[in-house]
Design a protein around this ligand. Structure first.
Ligand SMILES: Nc1ncnc2c1ncn2[C@@H]1O[C@@H](CSCCNC[C@@H]2Cc3ccc([N+](=O)[O-])cc3CN2)[C@@H](O)[C@H]1O
Length: 265
C-alpha cells in the first residue's frame, strides 16, 4: 500500500504526453468497434446525457488530467464546465487545447466519434467550439482535502464528473471513500455524479512515473458510493480485452457509475 507521500512524489514525475500516448492513441484509441474501450466510455456518457435529465449551470470535472474527451457529451447540457487537476503540467495541457494552440493534443477523432454516436449530424467543429467556449475555468484540486478546491464552489456544481482519478490517487479503499465524500462537497443536493474508473488496477505508467492504484471491484465502487452518501442510479462494467492490455497498466476493466447526491443534506 502506497503512502500519501509516495503518491505525491510519484506524481512529480507524471508525463502528460506519455499518459496521452498510453491511453488516447491506438491501440486503445480504436473507434472501429463498440467492443473497444474508448467507444464504450464515450457511449456511456452520450447515453446518460441523451435523456436530458442531467443539465444545469455548472459541471465540475474532478481530476481531468490532460484529457477533455470525458466532457464532449456533457458540454451540451451545461453553461459552464470547470476542469480541475492536481498538476500544473496537466492544467497547462488542458489550457493549450482550450486555446487551440499549436502542439495541443488532437482530440478530433474523439469529437468526431461523439458527434456520430449522438446522431444529430452535428459538425464536429461545432462541438469542439462549444466545449472551448464553455470550458471557462481550469483549477487546481486535491481530493484528499475536505474542500478539494481550497474553498467551497459557489454556487455548488449542478453535476460532477470524474474519470480515472479517485482510484489512482487513493492509497486504499477507505481513502477512496473519503475522496468521494470530499468531491461530493462540491455538488449541490440532488446533483448528479458520473464516474468512470479502473477496475482491478494496481499501477499505471505515465512516462518515468509508475503510479500505484487501489484495485477496485464493482462491489467496492457500489459500497464506496453508498458510504460517501450517494444514491446509485446505474453501474456498468467493461472487461478489458487482451488486445488492449498493453502493459501501460494492469487494468482488468472499466466501470461507469451514475449516482445522485440526495436532496436532503
Ligand atoms: N490529490 C489529488 N487530487 C486530485 N487529482 C489528483 C491528485 N493527485 C493526482 N491527481 C491527478 O489525478 C490523475 C488522473 S489520471 C489517473 C490515471 N488513472 C489510471 C489510468 C487511466 C486509464 C485511462 C483509460 C483507460 N482505458 O482503458 O481506456 C485505462 C486507464 C487505466 N490507467 C492525474 O491527472 C493527477 O494529476
Amino acid at each position: 500500500m502506497s503512502s500519501p507521500a509516495e503518491l505525491r512524489e510519484g506524481y512529480e514525475h507524471f508525463d502528460p504526453r506519455a499518459y496521452l500516448r498510453n491511453n488516447y492513441l491506438p491501440p486503445r484509441a480504436d473507434f472501429s468497434s463498440e467492443e473497444f474501450v474508448v467507444p464504450w466510455k464515450l457511449r456511456c456518457l452520450a447515453e446518460t446525457f441523451a435523456s436530458g435529465e442531467i443539465r444545469g449551470r455548472t459541471l465540475i470535472d474532478v481530476g481531468s488530467g490532460p484529457t477533455i474527451y470525458q466532457l464532449l457529451s456533457a458540454c451540451d447540457h451545461f453553461e459552464e464546465i470547470v476542469a480541475t487537476d492536481y498538476l500544473a503540467v496537466n492544467r497547462e495541457e488542458l489550457g493549450r487545447w482550450a486555446r487551440g494552440e499549436p502542439g495541443a493534443f488532437d482530440w478530433s477523432p474523439f469529437i468526431q466519434h461523439v458527434c456520430k454516436i449522438e446522431g444529430r449530424g452535428e459538425p464536429w467543429q461545432d462541438k469542439e467550439r462549444r466545449l472551448r467556449e464553455r470550458l471557462r475555468r481550469i483549477l487546481p484540486i486535491d481530493v484528499h482535502r475536505p474542500e478539494p478546491l481550497g474553498a467551497p464552489l459557489r454556487p455548488p456544481a449542478d453535476a460532477l464528473l470524474s474519470a480515472f482519478c479517485l482510484e489512482a490517487v487513493s492509497p486504499d479503499r477507505a481513502a477512496f471513500v473519503r475522496a468521494l465524500a470530499h468531491v461530493g462537497n462540491l455538488l449541490r443536493p440532488g446533483g448528479h455524479a458520473l464516474l468512470l474508473g479502473a477496475l482491478g488496477e494496481s499501477f499505471y505508467l505515465a512516462g518515468p512515473a509508475r503510479l500505484p492504484v487501489v484495485p477496485l471491484e464493482e462491489s467496492d465502487v457500489r459500497e464506496a458510493l453508498a458510504a460517501a452518501g450517494f444514491a446509485l442510479r446505474e453501474l456498468r462494467s467493461y472487461a478489458m480485452p487482451a488486445a488492449l492490455r498493453t502493459g501501460v497498466d494492469d487494468v482488468d476493466g472499466v466501470f461507469f457509475a451514475h449516482a445522485q447526491k440526495p436532496l436532503e443534506a
